[in-house]
Design a protein around this ligand. Structure first.
Ligand code: OXD
Ligand code: MN
Length: 595
């Protein structure tokens, strides 16, 4: 449906038409394209993106339907320093978010948006987050001047007429306005207005800043809506684990960006764990509600994967390698002379020459990375060979366990089960992780990343924790809560645990705990697996190495709790008293020598 009049689509609600008209008056595009999500439209947009050089077609014999996009080299990751929560008061945003007053943000960005689409096309992209028609799904509309964004939204969401039909005459939709401007980082702002269900993002084309359905709507705005409406929007994968008897249990797991969520979500069981199978429901975001049975039920609001390419290989994630074989958009990876893709950690020798992510000739001796460390793939969910049959289930899947994990070279054990909901919330709230290339800034620095939501909680972190605690009485059949750490290292810098598919052994231990078949070892914080309780069949790992991966070192934990205490102080008066009390009790236990 192409039109230069915003009034064209008959099915759009009056509120939507009015907002599109207002936005067009502000930004002055040359033409307006309402995206209908049809295959024909996709082909037209792809052809146009190729013609303008936004996309480079890859070798159709090797990667049918696949394209490469190279971004501006200054625009390769999320930029948390220019991401703002624009609530009436600064307190509502809290100290972990940048805050700007809504009036100021609208004025400042409004000035930048004035006439900003002159000479450009404005795409109106309606989309559904969650299964179409599900009572838990929500609708958004993104207006963008980027064809790359429009095409990526067509992969990442259920996009087009289905959203307009579901919206009907309602005015209840997220209003996302995105404009690339000149991509100068100095003109970059990602502003969220939770009270208005609105996002304005300017100056970046990077996925996490520009595909407004994802981090901006499905996490920052949705977390705020979740508190208001009594549910959770979380930075969690959702995975189904089927045991050899054919019973499937679902786990939701929060890990910070670029810590292996996609790999865990589509894990291939090791050969020795015969009969086990893993199904992906989601790899990045979970919306969790309390069902009539008192359990937590999760849907994946997305319809595609926006995953980190480097490190993805036939060994680390064979299912991802299969799904990347067709109909995917790659961003900032390297290109081989025969029009295929390459990245570091693909476990394939690079050819003698490549074109690097910036479009320059690359030789193995150049000493630089050929693919950007945060280069990405954008792939339809249906490409995944182990997609859960319940991915479109309007009610989602019931969650038996919640996992909090970080990237920690020290301190955090391979697996630990929290004593109860409060302990679990504490573990999530005080989680630390080393920073990665998914956000701009220094990589490898440990920071507190509560529930892996530090960059994504759309309101005051202390209030977010209060919401977690306040939900407890409603969840009468609560999931168990675990902490994991796949990344602990030996003093020589090697990883203590092999990770990837072998992580199923740890998930299996969790299921055994839930079924009461193993006890673990009680520690001051919760139960850590005993080495003999972990299924090690077919895996060679020295007992001392495994013991180290599972160790709770009092000195490390004293430092950890001190850092958690500092973090609570930083958050200030909104930290729930229950968490402060538990922190005091745990610190006292450690001081008293109880580990
Ligand atoms: C992502 C991220 O892209 O967390 O999922 O940065
Ligand atoms: Mn993420």
């Amino acid at each position: 449906m192409t039109s230069d009049s915003p009034d064209n689509p008959n099915v759009a609600s009056a509120a939507l038409k009015q907002w599109v008209a207002e936005t067009a008056r502000l930004t002055q595009p040359d033409q307006i394209v309402w995206c209908d999500g049809s295959p024909g439209e996709r082909q037209r947009l792809l052809a146009s993106a190729v013609k303008s050089g936004v996309l480079i077609p890859l070798n159709p014999r090797k990667r049918p339907g696949c394209y490469l996009h190279r971004s501006d080299p200054r625009d390769v990751a999320r930029t948390e320093e220019v991401t703002f929560i624009c609530t009436p008061s600064a307190h509502e945003a809290g100290v972990t978010n940048n805050w700007m007053a809504p009036d100021e943000a609208y004025r400042k960005l409004g000035a930048m948006l004035k006439g900003s689409m002159r000479g450009r096309t404005m795409y109106v992209v309606p989309y559904v987050m969650g299964p179409v028609g599900s009572p838990y799904a929500k609708i958004g509309v993104e207006i963008t001047d980027s064809i790359y964004v429009a095409l990526s939204m067509g992969i990442m969401t259920r996009m087009g007429e289905c959203a307009l039909r579901m919206l009907g005459e309602s005015d209840d939709f997220n209003r996302g306005l995105h404009c690339t401007l000149d991509l100068n980082p100095e003109h970059r702002f990602i502003c969220h207005f939770p009270q208005d269900n609105t996002i304005w993002s300017v100056g970046s084309g990077y996925g996490g800043n520009a595909l407004l359905s994802k981090k901006c709507f499905a996490l920052r705005i949705a977390s705020w809506l979740g508190r208001k409406e009594g549910w959770f929007a979380e930075h969690m994968l959702i995975v189904g684990i089927r045991n050899p008897e054919g019973h499937t249990k679902y786990i939701a797991a929060a890990f910070p960006s670029a810590c292996g969520k996609t790999n865990l979500a589509m894990l291939l069981p090791p050969p020795a764990l015969q009969g086990w199978k893993v199904y992906t429901v989601g790899d990045d975001i979970a919306w969790l509600r309390v069902g009539p049975d008192g359990r937590l039920w999760a849907i994946n609001p997305e319809n595609g994967y926006f995953g980190v390419a480097p490190g993805t290989s036939a060994r680390s994630n064979p299912n991802a390698m299969r799904m990347l074989g067709h109909d995917s958009i790659f961003t900032n990876v390297a290109m081989t002379p025969d029009g295929d893709v390459w990245w570091e950690g693909m476990d394939v020798e690079p050819p003698s020459e490549l074109i690097d992510w910036r479009g320059r000739k690359w030789l193995p001796a150049s000493g630089e990375k050929a693919a950007h460390p945060n280069s990405r793939f954008t792939t339809p969910i249906r490409n995944n060979p182990v997609l859960s049959p319940h991915v479109d289930d309007p009610c989602g899947v019931p969650i038996s366990a919640i996992v909090f994990g970080g990237r920690r070279a020290t301190t955090a054990p391979l697996v630990l089960e929290a004593k109860d909901w409060l302990h679990g919330v504490f573990i999530g709230a005080t989680m630390g992780s080393e920073t990665t290339a998914a956000a701009s800034g220094k990589v490898g620095v440990v920071r507190r990343d509560p529930m892996a939501m530090l960059p994504f909680a759309g309101y005051n972190m202390g209030d977010y924790w209060r919401h977690w605690l306040a939900m407890e009485p409603r969840i009468t059949e609560p999931p168990r809560i675990f902490m994991v750490n796949w990344f602990r290292k030996a003093p020589d810098g090697s990883y203590l645990w092999p990770g990837y598919g072998e992580n199923l052994r740890i998930l299996k231990w969790m299921l055994a705990r839930i079924e009461g078949r193993v006890k673990g070892r009680q520690t001051f914080l919760g139960r850590v697996a005993e080495p003999e309780e972990i299924d090690l069949s077919g895996l060679e790992i020295a007992p001392a190495q495994l013991a180290r991966a599972l160790a709770m070192d009092p000195t490390e934990w004293k430092a950890e709790l001190a850092s958690a205490g500092d973090f609570f102080q930083q958050i200030g008066s909104s930290v729930p008293e229950e968490l402060l009390r538990l922190h005091r009790e745990l610190s006292n236990s450690l001081e008293a020598g109880r580990v």
